[in-house]
Structure formats: C-alpha cells, structure tokens
Design a protein around this ligand. Structure first.
Ligand code: NAD
Length: 265
C-alpha cells in the first residue's frame, strides 16, 4: 500500500484484518509514519485475531514481489476544492510511485485510489506499461456504496438487499443506473418517487464533498478504503465478481483511450 495517510492506513488495516495477504507493506515518503501505523495495526492482531504481518517502510525494496500495489499516495481535497484541483500535484506523485513500485513488482496488479481517479489511473497505466487488465481504479464501488447507504436509510431496508451500480467518471459526471437499481429484485422506481430518487442521486454525486466539508482537513477514508479492499478481495480470492471500477476502455461503449467507470469482472 503506497501512501500511509488516511486511506492507505485504513486499507492496510482492513487487508490485514481480513487476512487477504500474508504480509502487508505500508510505504510512505514520511519517515516514521508508515512504521508507526504498521506497528500499531500489527499490535491489534492478537485482539482482532489475524495472522497477516504488516510492516511500514520508506524503502521500495521492501515491497519486492508484491501481488497487488494499492496507490493512495498524494494530496486529498480540502473544502472548496474539486478532485481536478489535485491534478498536477498528484500526477507527479502517481508517476513517481508507479515507477518505483513496478520496478520491484513487475507482475503486480495496480489498484489506483489517488484523485482525480480516472486520470491518475491513466498515469499509472502509461507509466507502468502494464496491460490494461492490471491497472484498475477504485471509484464506482464507493459511489455505489454511498447510493446504497442513502437508499437503505430512506427505505429502512438492509443495505444487503439493495443492488445498484454507479458508473461513469468519479465526480459530477458519475452515472447512477437507477433503471438497474433494485431492492431484492424490485425496481427502486416502484418504491420511491422520482423526486426522492433525484435527491438521493444528487447526494451520491456530492457524497465526497459532504464529508470534506465536515472534516475540513481532508477527505473520506473509511468507505474509500473499504471499497478498495473489496476489489482486493475479489482479486485475491478470484471471486469473479462484477464490480464497478475505473478501467481503460478500448472501444467499449464507443470510448477509446480513456479510463471510465464500467462494470468490471
Ligand atoms: P492523506 O493526505 O491522508 O495521505 C496521503 C499520503 O500520501 C500522505 O501520508 C503522504 O505523505 C503520502 N505521499 C505523498 N506523496 C508521496 C510520495 N511521492 N510517495 C509516497 N507517499 C507519498 O490522503 P488520503 O485521505 O489518504 O487520500 C489519498 C488520496 O486518495 C487522495 O488523492 C484522495 O483524493 C484520494 N481518494 C480517492 C478516493 C476515490 O474514491 N478514488 C476516495 C478517497 C480519497
């Protein structure tokens, strides 16, 4: 896990707790931060009952032969910022960390989390030189989880019984597929008025900024890390799930040479 900030540390913790890796390496530029956080997470293992090891480092050689590289390094939004405001600064960070980590792990699968997500995934793809099925961006699972959360609250129904899919860009251009959103198979449009659905879609589109405005010093990380870990679990266990992820399109949906949120196996 590259970047031991809010998303990276929370992701490392969840990976270890779910024992999705024998060893999790948490890497950051900052001296001491990844080491301290990793040691702290490790010391929760007797209580949480997991045997995954976790180590913090500033040295890429410790990441050698990783199966999955999760890129969370970079800057997060503050109030008043769009994801695109992070573009130039994070492109430089993602370029550097991709170069350094793929040098150690040329066979890895890269999961990109840093924003602006679709563009940073593009940077990671180009810099790594990997095939497109080894560079995937995390966004749709988070956006979908937000929509499912809001629907669950509105309907007073378990999140487990709400199926939804949010595609498109990670931002204002995201596309919640209401036609395919069902409550245990029943189309949601039969259960809630269009006005209410529109309000929930709007809240989903602004789901990130709602949290940024509360936190003021950074952006969401519990749900984003959970979403990244769902991708990791699907890969590690080869579950053949269909999840909304940002993927490089090569003619699909009439789009070419661009990352966009689509259903991905
Ligand atoms: P954060 O500031 O808490 O952590 C970022 C970490 O990256 C810091 O510890 C920093 O030291 C480290 N870093 C910076 N440059 C580095 C480099 N060159 N090499 C190694 N480490 C470096 O931020 P966060 O809340 O963890 O968010 C991380 C990123 O994820 C942000 O870009 C944020 O916008 C993005 N994000 C994306 C989604 C999504 O849905 N895709 C959701 C939440 C956050």
């Amino acid at each position: 896990v590259i970047g031991a900030g809010n998303v990276g540390a929370a992701a490392a913790q969840k990976i270890a707790e779910k024992e999705l890796a024998e060893e999790v390496i948490l890497l950051d530029l900052l001296d001491g931060i990844p080491q301290g956080k990793a040691l702290d997470i490790l010391q929760s293992s007797p209580v949480e009952n997991f045997d995954s090891k976790i180590k913090g480092t500033n040295d890429y050689s410790d990441t050698k032969n990783s199966g999955i590289i999760v890129i969370t390094a970079g800057f997060a939004r503050k109030p008043g910022m769009t994801r695109d405001d992070l573009l130039l600064a994070n492109a430089e960070v993602v370029k550097t960390v991709t170069e350094k980590s793929v040098e150690q792990s040329p066979q890895a699968i890269i999961i990109v989390v840093s924003n602006p997500l679709d563009v940073m995934s593009y940077v990671a793809l180009k810099v790594s030189g990997f095939e497109r099925n080894r560079v995937i961006g995390m966004a749709g699972i988070l956006d979908t989880a937000r929509l499912r959360t809001f629907l669950s609250e509105e309907l007073d129904i378990s999140v487990n019984d709400i199926q939804a899919m949010v595609l498109g860009g990670h931002g204002d251009s995201m596309v919640p597929l209401i036609r395919y959103t069902t409550i245990s198979g029943v189309p949601v449009s039969e259960l809630i008025s269009k006005d209410k659905i529109d309000r929930l879609i709007n809240r989903t589109r602004n789901g990130g900024i709602e949290i940024v405005n509360y936190l003021k010093t950074g952006s969401a990380y519990y749900a984003p890390s959970a979403a990244a870990v769902e991708m990791i679990e699907a890969i590690v266990k080869n579950k053949k799930r269909i999840l909304p992820c940002s993927a490089f399109l090569n003619g699909e949906y009439g789009l070419e040479n661009v990352f966009c949120g689509v259903p991905v196996k």
